[in-house]
Design a protein around this ligand. Structure first.
Ligand SMILES: [Zn+2]
Length: 93
């Protein structure tokens, strides 16, 4: 059996069980990634997205948590800021 390198960018797997006339070969790992990416993924874009390194979870968490704030934490922060401001006002006297 010949070597069938995965056609996804950055993937070094050489034993691919999945093949498409349009997109080439795909390994089990990448097919799993593709499935997990949801049913609306543009396959072209997926093939051009490198395999997720370990750090991706961290990086994407950092990015999305800079956009979405946990409302309980925000409320706590606002409370603490209010306390801070209150203290500052008291020391102004
Ligand atoms: Zn692959």
């Amino acid at each position: 059996m010949g070597v069938l390198p995965c056609d996804r960018r950055g993937c070094s797997n050489i034993m691919c069980d999945w093949v498409s006339m349009d997109f080439g070969h795909l390994c089990d790992d990448c097919l799993e990634d593709l499935i997990r990416s949801g049913p609306y993924t543009v396959i072209d874009q997926f093939m051009d997205t490198p395999k997720h390194p370990e750090r991706w979870r961290e990086q994407s968490e950092e990015r999305y948590k800079s956009v979405f704030k946990n409302r309980h934490e925000v409320a706590q922060q606002t409370f603490e800021e209010a306390m801070e401001n209150g203290r500052e006002k008291e020391t102004d006297k």
